[in-house]
Design a protein around this ligand. Sequence first.
Ligand code: CA
Length: 232
Amino acid sequence: MGKTVLIVEDEKAIVEILKFNLQREGYSVLEAMDGEDGLALARAEDPDLILLDVMLPRMNGFDICQTLRSSGCATPIIMLTAREEESDKVFGLESGADDYITKPFSMRELLARVKANIRRRSLDSAQSAPESQLLKVGDVTLDPTAMAVYKRGRSIDVTQKEFDLLARLFSAPGKVCTREELLEKVWNYAYFGDTRTVDVAVRRLREKIEDDPGNPKIILTRRGAGYYCGEG
Ligand code: CA
């Protein structure tokens, strides 16, 4: 079955070129020209991926992203940021987006990222099969079957990528994973991507699962190498 991509973008020319290229790759395309319509369509149609512009009439992309995430929506979201500004990228990832791409973008790169994000998501759904077991580090427990994270028994809201990142670190306690390795395995980037994406995700996760995010005990940094988790 074809995958559906929702484009939320107020520049008609960009919508048209995205639509043309996505349809040519076999995707069904939904489009919204303003933020509120975009949010409503995302909820009504449950697309496989959302391409989300930041600057939109009526509701901006960051707010849409946060609203969707806080209501438990795990659909992959790629933010289309207009400026080359680091703060936009970071803010986008902090609002729960899985990825960002800066305009003007190369269509080839955009299509590669759409594909990678959708594939990642379907692999995860396929893998949530029976015989998984709980992974535990300190007072944080991961349930791969339910894709749930608990701290001292209390459920913690995490995004898909945050879950994948934790699962990768928790499955080999003490083993250091480089940023590049995490980018490749969790975000599926063999060629594209910015290792800063990993740092932002780790920072967000620490805020959710660490007692003191400034002095982490669960996700640890190996200076100059990468990240690892404690032995439990
Ligand atoms: Ca715009």
